[in-house]
Design a protein around this ligand. Sequence first.
Ligand SMILES: C[S@@+](CC[C@H](N)C(=O)[O-])C[C@H]1O[C@@H](n2cnc3c(N)ncnc32)[C@H](O)[C@@H]1O
Length: 346
Amino acid sequence: MPVAVGIGLTNECNLACPHCYRPTLTQQRLSIPEVETILDNLDVGSVNLGVGENGVHPEYRDMLALFRERDVKTAITSNGYSLDMLSDEELSGFHSVELSFDFPTKEETDEFRGPGAWEAASESVERCRRLGIPTSIAAVMMNTNFDKMGETARFAFGMGCDLRVNVYQPVIGEEFTLSYEQFWEGFANLFAAGPVVVCSEPLVNAIMGLDSTRGSPCGTRSIRALPAGTIAPCPYWPAAAGVIGHLKNGHDIWNSREFEKSRTLPEACEPCRFRESCGGGCASRRAIRRNLDEPDEYCPVVRGGDEEVERIQKMLEYKLSDPSDVPKAGNACTTVITTPESHPSQ
Ligand SMILES: C[S@@+](CC[C@H](N)C(=O)[O-])C[C@H]1O[C@@H](n2cnc3c(N)ncnc32)[C@H](O)[C@@H]1O
């Protein structure tokens, strides 16, 4: 089965955002042979470049040429730097691009990401749109912006883009961790802004009643090659499952200890009616907190049983972008909403 491979060519970045999960103690870079090993040994359906700002890698353009040569469907998440340095032809080689903002205004974005961050990302959005490259805006939902999800969505729609939201993962600390209430209010705020295209955050998918996830995609449909040369089920997973070289030797990474751990269903979730779709929620979040065997901290079933589930379901009024279709599960825990204008009948 073709899989979504997340690749971080480098952990380096031109910015130093305070929430970022990328490791910063040592410089880490993948080599071209390592990337070739990934392409030669995995059934690669698509590649998404992330972790650091990939354009900082000195062989970034050669790597992009390699993906084009191999006809690999390639996407990138960027702050603009890695796109700005490319020719129109190179940029058009991306299947899609995502620009990170996190906040709906220039002032807030520049304060959070650094001076000039807003302009660089905005210019890239406009250029990519001009070139006809599918472009979306990415935001991380944190305790500092959960109540701005609607505004952020409207900003994205105004730029002609969908909004992709990932929940903050406390890899480097708790400063931006959402409380239970903030998590659900953030999603309610987001869903009020526009119809849902994808929701593969397994807990949210289950509580929405979509039933289109089977736990988190980590370790089943999704695999990450990190700049340190290691393989993990998810970019936030706290331990390596192996090194890229293992892929060459027929090593079954999918059944390695860490991948198996990422598929663990906590015992307390066994009797739950949402267990199939939720799978215990985000395994990385549980693992980062050393609570892999406990249900997801945002679980309303654990918090207050059916009554609490009903309360949350009432908060989460949502529409689907294509009402005849259940939103795609996707290959990473993420939520995408689109502009209500393209769905005027809803
Ligand atoms: C790590 S960055 C790498 C690419 C690029 N430098 C950028 O800013 O998009 C990729 C995405 O991960 C998000 N991100 C960073 N730290 C995160 C965290 N702790 N939890 C969830 N998402 C995070 C960023 O906001 C960004 O949208």
